[in-house]
Ligand binder design. Structure first.
Ligand code: BGC
Length: 452
């Protein structure tokens, strides 16, 4: 439950040495005359992000549900009731409002809205109207994702994105949402992380449908490109007709790459290729169909070209001697700056639609959070039109193939009784959101060698 301001102050002014790793015990002392806050532009959006299947619970009519039942998730876990947000959204939005947020990103569950091909469920639509109204009532501007990895069962049964009817069905669903919910949504995300979906579902096969193959990858890539383009057009057609200012984009996972061997030409060539293929290809194929660029930033890879090993011909990920999250993902705040600079080439407003780390004891999250936000500040100063930051995530939730093992929440959830407990980083983020900036005092969360 939200704590008093005094308790919060206690939490964010703890001895830095206990906050993250031992580096922090040697913190630089703040010089007495530098007390200014690094202010963000007025109207900057501060939010958190979630996705329906990961938090709502009881989502039984989709491909992921079957996938879980078949035992594909770590230790046989299933999403089950998740955070029960389907019923507890008011309570959760109170936590988001108390955080000082003025925005929130969530997704609508297509499987609930259209449980059978062409049959739209008015009850489900009404539910999401209430959810969005609950956000607006609390001053949280909604960013809504139409498709965040889970497919209606009927759609999956016909071949999912490989099915020739896929694009027209997604366009129809998009238009329906614009018609029904257009008055309540400020920012629309058609598709979440198309390249991650391709990799997980058709590359490594750890997500449904778990069908590997290069031809499938290419076919689904082209369908997702067409699905986004069609959805963009339909949303605009409907929303423009109804007089709403539609702003539509995607949430794109962007990876920063670094050559493992600094002087290796091959490593460098590969990272340029990987950057182009993974980070930019989708934008290139959907040029002209974005009103903003949405960036999900989590990954930094050090790549080594190694032609002898077929399974990882071009690609090895090295994290040794680097700080990593509970899931072994390198924490690299500099990459946030690089990503934003690189995305500015499209000349559109940029939103950080997701960013966060798994940290069950919250040890590394305060520092990661402050340093990521600091890099966004620097990117804005360098001229990038960044308009908002949505931390992943408000709550611990169902982390796909990792089940409940990845704890990404600013708020911990006890899944036995659905109790919510804000972590220390909740109050650190609250400080940032309420100040619309980073107070110099938060420098204590950064380590040596970090530029302020
Ligand atoms: C996805 C989320 C996921 C998060 C952490 C993003 O790739 O959009 O659904 O939970 O990363 O893995």
């Amino acid at each position: 439950m939200p704590m008093t301001d005094e308790t919060k102050e206690d939490l964010i002014s703890v001895d830095p040495a206990s906050v993250a790793d031992d580096q922090l015990s040697e913190l630089p002392q703040a010089s007495p005359h530098i007390h200014e806050t690094r202010k963000f532009p007025d109207g900057f959006l501060w939010g958190t992000a979630t996705a329906a299947h990961q938090v709502e619970g009881g989502n039984v009519n989709c491909d992921w549900c079957r996938w879980e039942q078949a035992g594909h998730v770590l230790r046989g876990q299933v999403s089950g009731q998740a955070c029960d947000q389907f019923n507890r959204y008011e309570e959760d939005f109170d936590l988001a409002a108390e955080l000082g947020n003025n925005a929130h990103r969530l997704s609508i569950e297509w499987a609930r809205i259209e449980p059978e091909d062409g049959r739209f469920d008015q009850e489900a639509i009404l539910h999401y109207r209430r959810v969005l109204e609950a956000l607006r009532k609390r001053g949280l501007s909604p960013m809504v994702t139409l498709w965040h990895f889970t497919l209606p069962q009927w759609f999956a049964d016909r071949g999912g994105w490989e099915w020739s009817g896929a694009v027209s069905r997604f366009a129809r669903y998009s238009e329906k949402m614009a018609e029904e919910l257009g008055d309540l949504i400020d920012l629309w995300v058609t598709i979440n992380e198309p390249m991650i979906y391709l990799g997980q579902s058709y590359g490594t096969g750890v997500w449904p449908p778990g069908k590997k193959g290069i031809w499938r990858v290419l076919r689904v890539f082209s369908r997702l490109v067409r699905a986004h383009r069609a959805s963009y057009d339909r949303l605009h057609r409907q929303l423009d007709r109804d007089g709403y200012r539609a702003r539509v984009g995607i949430a794109k996972n962007v990876v920063t790459y670094e050559p493992y061997r600094r002087y290796s030409e091959l490593d460098s060539v590969f990272i340029r290729l990987a950057d182009r293929l993974f980070n930019h290809q989708f934008f290139i194929w959907t040029r002209g169909k974005h009103d903003f660029i949405g960036v999900n930033y989590y990954f930094h890879y050090r790549i080594r070209y190694r032609p002898t090993k077929i399974s990882s011909f071009f690609h090895e990920v090295h994290t040794e001697n680097r700080e990593v999250s509970d899931l072994g993902w390198e924490i690299n705040p500099d990459g946030m700056f690089d990503t934003l600079m690189s995305m500015s080439r499209y000349g559109l407003p940029v939103y950080v639609t997701e960013n966060g780390i798994a940290s069950a004891d919250d040890g590394k999250r305060p520092r990661a959070l402050v340093s990521m936000v600091k890099e966004i500040y620097h990117a804005i100063k360098a001229g990038v039109d960044v308009r908002g930051y949505y931390h992943w995530s408000l709550l611990d939730n169902f982390e796909w193939e990792k089940g409940y093992d990845g704890k990404f929440g600013l708020v911990a959830v006890d899944f036995r009784n659905q109790q919510r407990q804000p972590r220390r980083s909740y109050y650190v983020y609250q400080d940032i959101c309420r100040e619309n900036g980073i107070r110099h005092d938060l420098l204590r969360f950064l380590g040596h060698g970090v530029r302020w």
